[in-house]
Design a protein around this ligand. Structure first.
Ligand code: AKG
Length: 333
């Protein structure tokens, strides 16, 4: 018999989705007294038998507690490049040193407006095809309510010319080629909306992007996070730990999300990266980063694209386990 820890990830009808610290997904029937999303659970595995779920009753850190304990708001990024054209070779070397760089104006005003129109059309169902992630049991009557329950969009670049343009922007592609020393291969598109609503504008806990299966590559992935609204300290702008990509891959755990263990995060080194609309954070796929909840009344819509060097290969499941889960290392949180 083995017992693996995990968390309640969400509900679908009368089933509950649970993800383990080994990054394996399970489904269980919802009990009479349903647990809360984020509750830590034990999954008991016996050979030849169905997995058994043990509820622990342990409440996850609240959004307020996470915002207060796991982020600081007094260290603000000051190294900034006005445009992509201002990134010289020293800045590329600095990217590899710190694991990120800021370009204050990657997209111009018209490009931001067109991207926002694309995002809104997907949220409101006027563009059909991309994946849309909403709150569980979300209901809405107005367009505004529909937006407030929508958290994430992905797989949209082939459905919106404006979003395709933002993803394959010539300035981004040439900057990525200089960062990688070879041409960039596109991996993934997302829009993360973090609405001003207590249920949907949740924290994205500290993590390394390459710990997510679709970004687990043999060479360093680079993300570009582009603010479409102003991303501020109070509405969940990006936070990073400079240089943390050099710590290498670390085990992730199913706590409030698939994330680094809270106690493994060097919160004292946290640097916040506020951005104006069109501003971008380029960051290495192993950089520790996260975003606190949106407690403001302002929207915080952002695009996030990931790329890797053309010659990179996807990690095997075994390599992924060794690098990013506690299954083989026995790491604990
Ligand atoms: O936009 C956010 O709130 C977090 C984005 C992020 O770090 C991610 O989804 O990997």
């Amino acid at each position: 018999m083995t017992t693996v820890k995990g968390m309640i990830q969400g509900f679908e009808g009368d089933r509950m989705k649970v993800v383990s610290d080994y990054n394996v997904w399970y489904e269980f029937p919802v009990p009479d007294k349903p647990p809360v999303v984020g509750e830590r659970v034990n999954i008991v595995l016996r050979s030849g038998e169905e997995p058994e779920l043990q509820l622990t009753g342990a409440n996850p850190l609240s959004q307020q507690e996470a915002a207060a304990k796991l982020y600081r708001y007094d260290q603000i990024e000051s190294e900034r490049h006005a445009t992509a054209a201002d990134v010289d070779d020293a800045a590329i070397a600095r990217f590899w040193e710190r694991g990120y760089m800021v370009v204050d104006k990657l997209l111009g005003e018209d490009e931001v407006a067109a991207a926002l129109a694309g995002v809104t059309d997907i949220v409101q169902g006027r563009i059909v095809g991309p994946r849309v992630q909403r709150m569980k049991n979300a209901a809405w009557q107005t367009e505004e309510e529909r937006e407030l329950v929508t958290r994430k969009l992905h797989k949209f670049v082939d459905f919106s010319p404006a979003l395709h343009h933002a993803c394959f922007h010539p300035d981004s592609m040439s900057l990525l080629a200089r960062v990688f020393g070879e041409s960039a291969k596109f991996l993934e598109d997302q829009a993360i909306l973090k609405p001003p609503s207590p249920d949907a504008g949740l924290e994205k806990p500290w993590h390394q992007d390459m710990a997510y299966g679709n970004l687990s590559q043999s060479k360093m992935v680079c993300g570009i996070w582009i603010a479409l609204d102003e991303a501020r300290l109070d509405n969940g702008c990006m936070h990073v730990i400079p240089g943390s990509h050099k710590d290498g891959p670390l085990p992730h755990f199913a706590i409030r999300d698939w994330q680094l263990c809270d106690s493994h995060v060097h919160v004292e080194q946290d640097v916040a990266v506020p951005l104006k609309p069109g501003g971008a954070l380029f960051f290495a796929g192993l950089l520790h980063h996260g975003t606190p909840p949106n407690f403001s009344t302002a929207r915080r819509r952002a695009l996030q694209f990931h790329y890797c060097p053309e010659s990179s290969q996807k990690l095997t499941p075994q390599q992924f386990k060794e690098m990013f889960t506690c299954e083989l290392s026995g790491a604990e949180c």
